[in-house]
Design a protein. Structure first.
Length: 328
């Protein structure tokens, strides 16, 4: 097989979601002309993900996918030394910052968050032109991403799906810049803010179908124009392609949008859980909501009762109306 058909993919693993996402990516490949995939995997074993890593390795062996485990402890130590804020206790999200340094022989790579589902062949994204930019990403429709004094608020992208030109990042001194920036006060800023600050004027915005965000699936085009088109206005065609025929779905919203949660109402719930059964040979035990304050538990109970009866777009309106709370 020609080397130009090799596609490099990077995941982080801390639970079963990355395994299911990888399974969906493999299943989406055309049967008559599968591309050679090389998986680079970060795993934080303190999050009890050893079984998930074994499942990924077994899946890769069955499907003839190359897999390389990347060291995370050194990155974790660096993050702890610089007091990086964790996301729900995880530091794995920062691993993507170090890909240019850890993979000196790799020229280009696709980074995927574990809470994604690939529905169409990934080569569509792989062959997208970056037009000389180091990063390709989808617009996030959110103008703020951190409270750190070293970072500014500006137009942003969602870094759950990234097409990264590692050669360009290396030549532009990305790693050195990260080390210099993080020696300052970045309190309150997560990994996305760091990437966005460096790549603000160096990003090639990709079609929304490559990172179909949760909020899209509950909006009409008119609602989108009213509430989400401040920075970049999509055509009606691009909006509906991303909404109805996405290449990659990203479950970045609240718990009702995430198919592994107990009260999920996701359009992709049955597909995601079927893929889980195929890999783990057992039914998924859905995640319950974490225990919180009495006020939040009462609010969630109300939402659980009401949301079952409402279409998605009305649920989003209601959740915003009652305090604007979202479930993570």
């Amino acid at each position: 097989m020609a080397m130009d058909s090799l596609i490099n993919i990077c995941y982080t693993c801390f639970d079963s979601s990355s395994t299911v996402s990888l399974k969906s990516l493999i299943n989406a490949e055309p049967k008559d002309h599968r591309h050679l995939l090389h998986l680079f995997l970060f795993a934080d074993y303190q999050q009890n993900c050893a079984q998930d890593v074994q499942q990924i390795q077994s899946l890769c062996k069955q499907e003839n996918v190359q897999v390389t485990l990347l060291p995370f402890e050194r990155i974790k130590d660096f993050c702890n030394q610089r007091n990086f804020p964790s996301y729900h206790g995880y530091l794995l999200n920062y691993a993507r910052l170090f890909l240019p340094e850890l993979l000196p022989g790799v020229h280009k790579i696709i980074y995927l968050d574990s809470d994604t589902l690939v529905l169409k062949p990934i080569d569509q994204l792989w062959t997208e032109s970056l037009n000389g930019m180091p990063i390709g990403a989808v617009h996030s429709y959110d103008a703020s991403f951190g409270n750190g004094s070293a970072l500014e608020k500006r137009e942003t992208f969602n870094d759950g799906v990234l097409l990264m030109d590692l050669d360009a990042l290396r030549s532009q001194g990305f790693i050195e810049w990260v080390r210099q920036l993080t020696s300052k006060d970045i309190d309150g800023c997560l990994d996305q803010g760091i990437v966005e600050t460096f790549c603000f004027s160096k990003t090639e915005y990709l079609p929304l179908k490559y990172n179909s965000l949760c909020f899209l699936r509950s909006l009409s085009y008119r609602q989108y124009l009213k509430d989400y088109s401040d920075f970049r206005r999509l055509s009606k065609k691009e909006f509906y392609v991303a909404q109805r025929k996405p290449v990659i779905v990203h479950f970045n919203g609240n718990a009702y949008d995430r198919p592994w949660h107990q009260y999920s109402r996701s359009k992709y719930l049955f597909l995601w859980r079927r893929l889980y059964r195929q890999v783990y040979r057992k039914a998924l035990k859905p995640q319950p909501f974490p225990k919180t304050s009495l006020k939040m538990r009462i609010f969630r109970r109300i939402m659980q009762s009401v949301a079952i009866c409402l279409p998605g777009r009305f649920y989003y309106w209601l959740s915003n109306a009652i305090g604007g709370k979202r479930f993570r």
